[in-house]
Design a protein around this ligand. Structure first.
Ligand SMILES: Nc1nc2c(ncn2[C@@H]2O[C@H](COP(=O)(O)OP(=O)(O)OP(=O)(O)O)[C@@H](O)[C@H]2O)c(=O)[nH]1
Ligand SMILES: [Mg+2]
Length: 466
């Protein structure tokens, strides 16, 4: 589609005060820094605009507007107007050019001015409200502006929603294009439906709207791919992370383990910050003490066994000797047979597996030393936490005022860990957390493969993790 075929669309968001107009615009923009949102009403006082643009070309300009408050007064004023009764825009124009009326209907005049200068309007409704006469007056006044209009029913998920009543009332005034759109939730399917409905009403702008939709969907896919890549990087870095400690030096081992845990916690924070950034959220989105994620970090420590339990992950078998501990050695050395000389360290503390090996290549490096790594359950937990956060972020609208709730995701707690994780354990050079870190193209391939796997699993189980 060429640029010439696309006409930029001007879209006004109008409605009674406090119905969620500014919220809707933030959600459509995927930006939290637009306008002000408050529950008191009368928050937006001026018309403000923002562009939906692709490669510097503005496709759609969204206009926020002050809430309508005195539609009954407007109707009364318009009815008292002498002369031609049928030319709606002319009557509105007369109101707008009359000084006393402009002064009296200050907020309303800004909205009507805007209405006369846009291609289409979204009329936002708080569906919890009964269909009062004042709202019907609003619809009547807006209809005089003779602009195509689409009704958006907000707050439909509330138990007090009167959606059916509203649909009926809107049909009675000839407004048949109605869409339920929870203004604080980001739901790509509803967003798509909104733009499709607009395209079906506005032939001349259909190419513009379709271009925008295609762009939005491509952007969403890229963002998810980048997020999965960032989770995969984290998992490879942590799976390949190792520390060596002298054998028989418990104090040194404790110190080294502590340092490794610290490095891993910090590495997780980098991933969290990247995910928040990708989805354009910030610290204030999770600054709530009751959340698993608070003040930039999960309040549950990554290495606390209770955290594993909370996420439904079985603790590893590294505590004490036995089958569980043996399995840990095998995993941690990537299936290398360590021969009969293999010993398993006992009780090294949650989250860190201990490997002592002799007589192999790895063993040579380890002679007289032990190798500490992060165990499988902790890797599962790391994966589960990032994916829960990602699922929460994908659904979070940019107008959301509530604290971010990571969505529960089961698969990482239960399924077999991907092969790439096991391979990483044999490659200390793959971890940015190790001194031996280097650039290995095989690492890049493993990260890409793991990212694809995460992406596939993610989409298969639905964006909300179910
Ligand atoms: N739960 C929930 N709250 C919402 C939703 N939409 C808006 N709100 C809340 O409703 C209040 C008003 O939202 P705004 O976006 O400021 O409404 P507005 O229509 O722009 O208000 P004015 O500018 O004052 O006319 C805020 O407290 C929002 O957080 C929604 O879909 N769900
Ligand atoms: Mg507002």
């Amino acid at each position: 589609m060429s640029r010439q075929e696309r006409k930029p669309l001007r879209l006004a968001v109008v409605g009674h005060t406090n119905t969620g107009k500014t919220s809707l615009i933030r959600t459509l923009l995927h930006r939290r820094d637009f306008g002000e949102i408050d529950n008191r009403g009368g928050t937006t006082r001026q018309v403000a605009s923002a562009a939906l643009a692709v490669d510097g070309e503005t496709l759609i300009t969204l206009y926020d507007s002050p809430g309508l408050e005195d539609a009954p007064g407007l109707i009364e004023w318009l009815e008292a107007l002498p002369g031609e009764r049928h030319d709606g825009p002319d009557r509105i124009h007369r109101l707008l050019t009359e000084d006393r009326a402009r002064a009296r209907f200050d907020h309303e005049a800004r909205v009507l001015d805007l209405m006369l200068n846009v291609d289409v309007a979204l009329y936002v409704i708080d569906a919890r409200e009964p269909v009062l006469e004042k709202y019907q007056d609003e619809l009547a006044v807006l209809a005089l502006c003779a602009r195509p209009m689409l009704a958006v029913l907000n707050f439909v998920v509330s138990p007090d929603s009167r959606e059916a009543e509203w649909r009926d009332a809107l049909a009675r005034v000839g407004l048949h294009t109605v869409l339920a759109f929870d203004a604080v939730v980001r739901d790509p399917a509803t967003e798509r439906r909104l733009f499709e409905k607009l395209a079906s009403q506005l032939d001349a702008f259909a190419p513009t709207l379709q271009t925008w939709l295609a762009h939005r969907e491509g952007e969403e896919e890229q963002r998810l791919a980048a997020a999965c890549q960032s989770v995969a990087e984290l998992l490879i870095d942590v799976a390949a992370a190792e520390r060596l400690a002298e054998l028989g030096a418990p104090a040194q081992r404790a110190r080294v383990m502590d340092e490794l845990k610290k490095a891993v916690r910090k590495r997780e924070q980098v991933c969290v910050a990247t995910l928040l950034d990708l989805y354009r959220f910030g610290r204030e989105d999770y600054a709530d003490e009751d959340l698993p994620l608070s003040d930039g970090r999960w309040s549950e420590d990554l290495f606390d066994p209770d955290t594993l339990k909370y996420h439904g992950i079985r603790a590893g078998g590294h505590i004490g000797a036995g089958a569980g501990a043996g399995a840990m050695v095998d995993v941690a050395t990537g299936g290398l047979s360590l021969g009969t000389g293999t010993l398993v360290g006992a009780a090294v503390g949650a989250g860190v597996g201990l490997v002592r090996g002799f007589g192999t290549r790895l063993g040579d490096r380890l002679r007289g030393r032990e190798r500490l790594m992060i165990d499988d359950p902790t890797l599962r937990l790391l994966a589960a936490r990032q994916l829960e956060l990602l699922a929460g972020l994908r659904l979070r609208g940019h107008a959301s005022q509530a604290p971010l709730k990571p969505a529960e995701r089961k698969s990482w707690a239960e399924n077999k860990l991907p092969d790439e994780i096991h391979v990483a354990r044999r490659h200390p050079g793959w971890s940015a957390l190790n001194m031996a870190h280097g650039s290995d193209p095989a690492r890049g391939r493993a990260v890409a493969q793991l990212a694809r796997l995460i992406n596939r699993n993610f989409l298969k189980s639905g964006p909300d993790g179910r």
